[in-house]
Design a protein around this ligand. Structure first.
Ligand code: HEC
Length: 152
């Protein structure tokens, strides 16, 4: 399961790196990869949430595809911060490496929240999915509050 997801995510990251414009031009590979994984999660989560809100009209294939991108990248979050570096364009907080177990726990909380969302979606549980989306959003926000510094 894990490795099945890693390959497409790796390819997605690679192609994004090749095709992404200037914002990341000066980033080191490690920082670019972690920022891109976040960007992929942001887009996938947004699309998934919007689609689910369409209720009966939701395109479930689109939901599944975005869920896979979200889950695949979430699995990588902890490892993507193995390299301790904060180049100027990065919003990473030094606390990530000073409080690594807490950061890892926050990464794991996201993975678990996405698993629950997946269960609720598979079950066709509308209310459960809505609550699970909220919980995933909470997992993103909690980590950002603790470990992301807003530079603008
Ligand atoms: C375990 C911690 C953690 C979790 C969980 C997390 N993030 Fe992040 N996120 C970060 C950190 C740290 C940064 C800043 C990285 C940097 O700039 O080097 C970041 C940056 C971002 C960015 C900006 C990327 C950029 O190019 O500047 C987006 C978008 C983002 N996260 C979306 C999400 C979404 C959506 C989720 C949940 C589905 C999520 N994140 C979950 C830690 C986390």
């Amino acid at each position: 399961m894990r490795y099945k997801l890693l390959l497409p995510v790796g390819i997605a990251l690679f192609w994004s790196l090749v095709t992404t414009g200037n914002a990341l031009a000066d980033a080191t590979e490690a920082t670019a990869n972690r920022m891109l994984a976040m960007t992929h999660m942001g887009k996938a989560f947004k699309q998934l949430s919007l689609e689910l809100r369409r209720g009966n009209n939701a395109d479930m294939l689109l939901v599944e595809q975005n869920l896979e991108v979200l889950a695949g990248n979430a699995e990588l979050v902890d490892a993507l911060f193995d390299v301790n570096e904060i180049p100027s364009m990065s919003e990473a907080s030094p606390l990530i490496w000073e409080q690594r177990p807490a950061f890892s726990a926050a990464s794991e909380a996201l993975v678990e929240a996405i698993k629950l969302l997946s269960v609720k979606i598979e079950a066709g549980d509308r209310t459960g999915s809505k609550n699970a989306v909220r919980a995933v959003n909470g997992a993103c926000s909690t980590c950002h509050q603790n470990f992301r510094v807003h530079t603008n």
